[in-house]
Design a protein around this ligand. Structure first.
Ligand SMILES: [Ca+2]
Ligand SMILES: [Ca+2]
Length: 301
């Protein structure tokens, strides 16, 4: 992600949330997770960007996956139990000091003291049922370990997204319906919020897909455990030389794949609210539009 450092942006008021229905129970749900049946997944099918190619097919074993993104309430329980301090809260001076990347009125800034508790910086506050943001790869991994789980791989995530059949923007009979939290209007200057949310939405506000998953597309991007390379099939040499991923700018920085797109993805920019979409993210940098969910490798129902 390219961050345009334009100085601290003024925190904005938390969005006026539209009413969201409670998340309905789903068949065989277990501790907030649903079973993702194993099968072959056509990685990169429908690719719209070079990094989503070349396509390949792989078999994914069945696994359990959180129905929704990890919330601030869930993350707070982890912090209370363990005393964990996120990377954003302890970034060293050479990385800008404590803070994180925030999308303000129309651009990105590194905002001092922005973190999961105050997502837009000092003076802002998180909301319990919204996805936790400003978590790095290490933060997300630490939560997953505490929960006895793991972060999904890119292949697991894409398999779940394809099998669930979620579509972010549904066009029927000339009408448009938004089934995921994305950006309507022209990015980055005009977000009409026709889907109800300018920024993050409470988890599960949009319909579940047929596997029972919410927001597998949209709302916030989600960490996977897969190192990022700018192609689906990097050479063995590239993998060996850059085992933590490669984004081209600084090979010393680990880069992981994030999936699903976010509330900042608009038709004219990003538009990555698709199963095949993938983006690189520096492992040690969170942002206001990246969260995660956890997976569990265990027998099915
Ligand atoms: Ca939106
Ligand atoms: Ca998401």
């Amino acid at each position: 992600m390219v961050i345009l450092v334009l100085g601290a942006c003024a925190p904005r008021a938390v969005d006026t949330a539209v009413a969201c229905a409670a998340i309905a129970p789903f068949a065989h749900e277990r501790d907030g997770m649903v079973w993702i049946p194993g099968g072959a997944v056509a990685m990169g099918e429908g690719a719209a960007h070079p990094e989503e190619t070349p396509g390949y097919t792989v078999n994914v074993e069945g696994f359990w996956l959180d129905r929704h993104e990890v919330t601030n309430e869930q993350f707070a329980a982890f912090v209370t139990a363990t005393g964990y301090v996120t990377e954003a809260e302890r970034q060293p001076p050479e990385k800008g000091g404590p803070g994180s990347a925030v999308f303000g009125a129309s651009s990105w800034s590194y905002v001092s003291d922005a973190n999961w508790r105050q997502p837009l910086g000092p003076g802002s506050a998180n909301e319990a049922n919204h996805p936790v943001v400003h978590v790095t790869y290490a933060d997300a991994s630490a939560y997953a370990r505490w929960a006895g789980r793991v972060l999904p791989t890119e292949e697991q995530y894409e398999h779940a997204a394809r099998l669930g059949g979620d579509v972010a923007i549904v066009r029927e009979n000339g009408a448009v319906r938004y089934d995921a939290n994305t950006w309507q209007g022209v990015f980055p200057f005009n977000n009409t919020s026709e889907d109800g949310f300018l920024r993050t939405a409470p988890v599960g506000c949009y319909e579940a897909d047929r596997l029972g998953l919410h927001d597998i597309l949209g709302n916030v991007w989600e960490w996977t455990s897969t190192p990022y390379y700018p192609t689906h099939q990097p050479s063995a040499g590239m993998r060996a030389r850059f085992p933590s991923g490669l984004n081209g700018s600084d090979p010393q920085i680990g880069v992981r794949v994030i999936k699903g797109g976010s509330f900042l993805c608009a038709p004219n920019f990003c538009a990555r609210y698709t199963p095949s979409a993938r983006q690189p993210q520096e492992a040690d940098l969170g942002s206001s539009h990246i969260g995660f969910r956890t997976a569990l490798i265990a027998p099915g129902p």
